[in-house]
Design a binder for this molecule. Structure first.
Ligand SMILES: *[C@@H]1O[C@H](CO)[C@@H](O)[C@H](O)[C@H]1NC(C)=O
Ligand SMILES: *[C@@H]1O[C@H](CO)[C@@H](O)[C@H](O)[C@H]1NC(C)=O
Length: 261
């Protein structure tokens, strides 16, 4: 019975594989020299591809746009190189995101990804992704990852936080819409790879968002109208809140002997 089933299955696979859409392209080859390498899309190509993909109703239609029959069987339109070969080495503190903005081929999927380089004592500041869950894996070095839980009932005291030390290919979930941060507590660089279940996960930095556009009296009232926090102090605060994704934590920098400005 089971051998009959497997013969039937193999026959089915043989038929479907010759009828697969790949057969329309040149036969795939497996030597590195004959399989194309990634070529970055120009901003104009990205724009054109986004427009064409948004006009293609089904995923099958999108595939016709992404992989034209005469393209040599290349997956270039669904690939992305986070760090270009001939560009400068990624700087500590850089987070490179591959989402619909940089990879139009993600249109029609619920996927985005990021690679991040966090230098010694670097803090990926508290932020949240409004449209995507994130799973972040440390591929070198060590990061502490943490997120705040959803408060249970009316606010009393601290919102609880959960945290984990991540190293050696350990990864952690950062749920959609939850405020979270990652901190490199060591004197060595850390590198992470992150995946999102949205092609357009977005990012809000918590401190910037809170202190940016709201009228002073809305801010001070929501903080309980403290007497030490008037319009002047709020302006001072706004002047020093960094716009960078990653900032240096002073106490750690001191311990690592790193000079901060
Ligand atoms: C990428 O998509 C564009 C738009 O359909 C197409 O012109 C181009 O040939 C594609 N590139 C590759 C390598 O398939
Ligand atoms: C990483 O793995 C190596 C080899 O398995 C081990 O020696 C080392 O202690 C691990 N590092 C951490 C920070 O867990």
């Amino acid at each position: 019975m089971s051998s009959l089933l497997s013969i039937a299955l193999m026959a089915f696979l043989a038929i479907t594989s010759t009828a697969s859409p790949l057969a329309a392209n040149s036969k795939p080859s497996t030597t590195a020299a004959s399989v194309p390498t990634y070529t970055p899309l120009t901003p104009a190509e990205i724009k054109a591809l986004q427009t064409e993909l948004l006009l293609a109703p089904s995923y099958k239609d999108k595939e016709k746009v992404l992989f034209p029959p005469n393209n040599g069987g290349s997956a270039n339109n669904v690939s992305f190189q986070f760090v270009p070969n001939n560009g400068p080495a990624p700087q500590d503190g850089s987070v490179i995101v591959g989402s619909v903005d940089s990879i139009p081929g993600l249109i029609g999927t619920n996927v985005a990804a990021a690679i991040g380089f966090i230098g010694p004592c670097g803090l990926n500041v508290p932020h949240l992704h409004p449209r995507g869950n994130e799973f972040l894996t440390v591929v070198s070095g060590t990061l502490i990852g943490a997120f705040l839980l959803e408060p249970d009932g009316p606010f009393v005291g601290d919102v609880p936080q959960v945290a984990m030390t991540l190293s050696n290919y350990t990864g952690m979930l950062f749920p959609q819409g939850h405020t979270h941060w990652q901190f490199n507590p060591t004197c060595e660089q850390a590198v992470f790879s992150a995946a999102f279940d949205s092609n357009d996960e977005g990012r809000f930095q918590v401190a910037q968002t809170f202190f940016s556009s709201m009228p002073d009296n809305v801010l001070t009232a929501s903080l309980g109208n403290p007497t030490f926090l008037g319009p002047k102090q709020l302006d001072q605060l706004r002047g020093i809140i960094p716009s960078a994704f990653v900032v240096m934590v002073d106490s750690c920098a001191k311990a690592c002997g790193i000079k901060t400005a």
